[in-house]
Design a protein around this ligand. Structure first.
Ligand SMILES: C[S@@+](CC[C@H](N)C(=O)[O-])C[C@H]1O[C@@H](n2cnc3c(N)ncnc32)[C@H](O)[C@@H]1O
Length: 245
């Protein structure tokens, strides 16, 4: 059975609340008098998860990072979700609202995108299996629990998945700085997938070609592009605004 490390206060708390049975070992930092750690210790006790109170070095080693905020859990890895699980999700939602990340490789960016996706009410995030970061400990930490609440679908062929979404009535909007059409002119209130490009290269040619529409976020200053997680947040919340009105 594959295991993975989850660390950070929000990420471990979310895991305890959603799937405590996945946690096999839990380490809490010795000597840290912190309300949030107490909440985690209480939740762990409630679910019968035994916490080990350990020195910082132990937690640093377990997490392979010092960014654990005093809590690290070793848990059973969830099976990777792919095309089948995405179809099952689509069967169960009335108006799909999805985020597509075409090759985001920085774990901080994926974590921040998941966080925004959760806040916007996105039902799933789709990434290509290759050339993308997966759900690492840092991703989960940065996502502050959203990696536990928003399903991530890792697909073999992104363009094919997008075409499949179109067949199921989903409108694909690609975000690209050079598009002439701007975000605020776009109609985002139906079944929707917003596709964002990778940090360096943006949307790949094939992905761009499949999109029903390309939109840009108007830029007033000297820089030519936004960070992908910032751009995702802007696009998602414009869609939220339109979907509510
Ligand atoms: C850091 S940018 C990539 C910049 C890259 N050089 C390019 O040509 O797209 C990462 C992604 O964020 C989104 N993005 C960033 N700024 C944007 C803007 N002004 N309008 C639309 N999308 C933007 C796009 O999806 C882009 O692919």
């Amino acid at each position: 059975m594959k295991h993975e490390m989850v660390f950070g206060l929000h990420a471990v708390e979310a895991l305890l609340n959603r799937a405590p049975e996945r946690i096999k070992e839990l380490w809490l930092l010795k000597g840290r008098d912190d309300e949030r750690l107490k909440v985690i210790a209480e939740l762990a006790a409630q679910f019968g998860v035994k916490a080990q109170i350990s020195a910082r070095k132990v937690l640093d080693d377990k997490a392979e990072s010092s960014q654990h905020q005093g809590v690290v859990a070793r848990c059973v890895a969830e099976p990777v979700k792919g095309e089948h699980e995405l179809d099952a999700l689509l069967d169960g939602v009335e108006t799909p609202f999805l985020l597509v990340l075409d090759g985001v490789t920085d774990p901080h960016n994926l974590g921040a995108c998941l966080r925004s996706a959760d806040a916007a009410g996105v039902q799933g995030v789709i990434v290509p299996k290759d050339r993308s970061v997966g759900l690492t400990g840092i991703v989960r930490k940065v996502a502050v629990g959203a990696a536990e609440s928003v399903p991530l679908f890792q697909v073999t062929n992104l363009a094919r998945t997008l075409r499949h979404l179109q067949e199921r009535g989903v409108w694909i909007v690609g975000a690209a700085g050079e598009a002439d059409h701007d975000l605020y002119q776009s109609k985002l209130n139906g079944p929707l997938a917003i596709a964002m490009g990778a940090e360096g290269k943006g949307l790949r040619r094939l992905t761009r070609e499949v999109c029903d529409e390309l939109i840009s976020i108007p830029m007033a200053g000297a820089v030519s592009s936004l960070n992908v997680s910032v751009a995702s947040g802007i696009c998602l919340f414009e869609a939220v605004r339109q979907r509510q009105s």
